[in-house]
Structure formats: C-alpha cells, structure tokens
Design a protein around this ligand. Structure first.
Ligand code: NDP
Length: 318
C-alpha cells in the first residue's frame, strides 16, 4: 500500500480506503464482513470509514464494526485510522439531524459507544447545514478534538467556498481539519466544475467516495443484467431505472478503454482518480473479498494514462 498525506497535515492515509456504508448492516453476513475488513487490513488498507447512520438499520454498521474490532482487529487500534460522521437524519426530533452543536456532540458519544472506542481518528460533519451558523458546527468539531474524542476533523460534501470558510474557522480554533470527503468518479465530475481541488490547494486533502459509482464502474452491470444480491437489485441508493441503455453503452465503451490498458473497469476507475496527486485517497465499498482484491490491483500496478486515453474518457463522460 502507498500512503498520501491528508492535505498539509502529517496524517498519512492509504491510497485505497474502505467504507462501511453498505454491506455491514443488520442483514450482512458477519463472517463475510469480518473477512472483508481483515483482508483489507492485511493489504495495508488502514483506513475504515463509517457514519452514525450507516446500516441499515442506522447505527448497525458501527455496531458490527465494534464487534469485529473486539473479535479481531482491536489489538491493532494504533495501526487503524477510523472515521465517523454526523449530519444526516439519525434520530427523531429536532436534535438528530444536520449540524447543531447539540446533535454533533451527542452523536459522537453514541458512535463511540457503538464501536466500543474511546476516540475516533477523524470526525466529520457529514453535509453542510444551511440553517446552522458554520461557526457553531465547526465549534462542535473543535470541542470533540479538545475532549479527546476525535484526533482530527473533516467535512463532507462541502463545495469549495464553504470548505475554505470551514477550514479558516477551524484554523482559528486550532482544530486540525484534514479531509473533505466528496463524491468523485469518472461519471461524476461536480468537484471539477467547482474547482474544489484548486481551492483546497493541499490545505485540506480530498477523499473520494463512490469512486466506482456504486458498482456501475465495474463489470457488475456491463451485460445489462442486474445480478441478484447486487446493490442495484436492492433499488435503494442505486436505482435500476437509472441503468439506461445509454449508460450501459457508455460503461461498455469505458470498459474497452480499460481493456486497452490491461485493466478492469474498476481498476481503471480507481487509477483515474489517483492520477491526481492532490487526491488523498479513494474510498471504495466492497461486498466480497474478491471485489476488494480486484480493486487493490489498481494500486499494485502503476499504469499512467496517455493523453489519448484521458481524452477518450472525457469524450465519453463530459
Ligand atoms: P463504490 O463506488 O466503490 O461502490 C461500492 C460497490 O460497488 C460495492 O459495494 C459493490 O456493490 C460494487 N463493487 C465494488 N468493487 C467491485 C468489483 N471489483 N466488481 C464488481 N462490483 C464491485 O463506493 P460506495 O458507494 O460503496 O461508497 C464507498 C464509501 O464512501 C462508503 O462506504 C462510505 O464510507 C463513503 N460514502 C460517503 C458518503 C458521504 O456523504 N460522505 C456518501 C456515500 C458513500 P455490490 O453490492 O453490487 O456488490
């Protein structure tokens, strides 16, 4: 595994990180979940990303992660970089959503309890809150650091302007803001339109979520079928209605480019993100060890992109 510094901090993050949004909730197979996490760690994936609401049910991914820590990985705590977040709906009433101090401080306590941890390495504000002063939300993150419940903080889904305002506030409070966690893939380029990497200018690192577009940028759907057990088959965050003939044609054309590079589509999708040194880490999901191992190949063999390949990818996706 290779590691990159998170922004201008001294924190090293693996080029490939693993998220527990899906595949670790109540319905997950515990032995498969354990194997995925242990295999990831064995391959140098030291960073595991959670959030209060990951499941389903909300909270259950953190509980399962806590169980696996207790059973297998807990003795390696100082070798692990564990993050969690609050910002989306977690509990009923006015105090279980968005970005108030009341929500963030309570949620962090709940997350630590579910995971059986004394602290997380990174605590994120999960999404901007238009109705809470940014200073209040950032102040809550700074409090968590001063309480020793988080070592670093992050923001997630913040556009350039708000990210830099948040960073300035946290700097004033002496609070280390290391990462902005955003959706970025060959198929989703909003961060480029926002000039986010230029704006963050290495002051905050970028960790890219859904780099495989939830499985679209893999071999999973290329034949136009929705395999049983796949994310699309659950029709929740990835909807079958969005897998149109036009999208399938695009994915198959991208797959041809990947084959020309002796990569699978998922390997190319990961390499494509990591070609920019300012990207700190690519945050994947996996429902099996086989998927994880395929995706790790993108890191093991360095395959630079030619100008023609990049132009061909852009012509299909921009
Ligand atoms: P990906 O785009 O990597 O999608 C992962 C899914 O793609 C897997 O669960 C699997 O789905 C499929 N897949 C992965 N590898 C392969 C492969 N080699 N071959 C075939 N299929 C494959 O990322 P996610 O959307 O899961 O997001 C990753 C993480 O990012 C989350 O766990 C979370 O930590 C974070 N995140 C953060 C958000 C935020 O707002 N901050 C929002 C969303 C995610 P299948 O079930 O079909 O096998």
């Amino acid at each position: 595994m290779k590691y990159r510094f998170a922004g201008s901090s001294g924190l090293k993050v693996p080029e490939l990180s693993l998220g527990l949004w899906h595949n670790f909730g109540t319905e997950a197979d515990h032995s498969v979940a354990t194997k995925i996490l242990c295999s990831a760690f064995d391959h140098g994936i030291t960073h595991f990303d959670l959030a209060n609401n990951y499941g389903p049910a909300p909270g259950s991914a953190e509980s399962r992660f806590g169980k696996i820590l207790k059973e297998q990985l807990g003795s390696y705590r100082d070798e692990l970089l564990i993050s969690t977040k609050a910002g989306y709906t977690m509990w009923p009433g006015p105090y279980g959503d968005f970005g108030s101090r009341k929500y963030l401080l309570a949620s962090c306590d709940q997350s630590l309890k579910r995971m059986g941890l004394e602290y997380v390495d990174i605590f994120y504000h999960h999404r901007p809150d238009p109705n809470t002063p940014l200073k209040e939300t950032m102040g809550a993150l700074a409090t968590l650091v001063s309480q020793g419940k988080a070592l670093y903080v992050g923001i997630s889904n913040y556009h350039a302007k708000d990210a830099m305002k948040a960073k300035a506030l946290l700097d004033e409070m002496g609070c280390p803001c290391v990462l902005n966690q955003v959706r970025y893939s060959i198929l989703d380029r909003w961060t480029e339109e926002d000039n986010l990497l230029d704006a963050m200018d290495d002051k905050i690192g970028m960790i890219c979520f859904s780099p495989l577009a939830q499985g679209l940028l893999t071999s999973r759907y290329l034949k136009g079928e929705v395999p049983s057990g796949s994310r699309a088959s659950r029709n929740t965050s990835l909807q079958t209605k969005n897998i149109t003939p036009e999208l399938l044609e695009k994915l198959n054309n991208l797959n041809q480019i990947a084959r020309g590079r002796s990569q699978t589509l998922s390997e190319m999708a990961i390499s494509w993100l990591l070609k920019d040194e300012r990207v700190t880490s690519v945050l994947i999901g996996a429902s099996s060890v086989a998927q994880l191992e395929e995706n790790l190949k993108a890191i093991k063999v360095d395959r630079p992109f030619s100008k023609d390949e990049l132009a061909a990818i852009d012509s299909l996706t921009l």
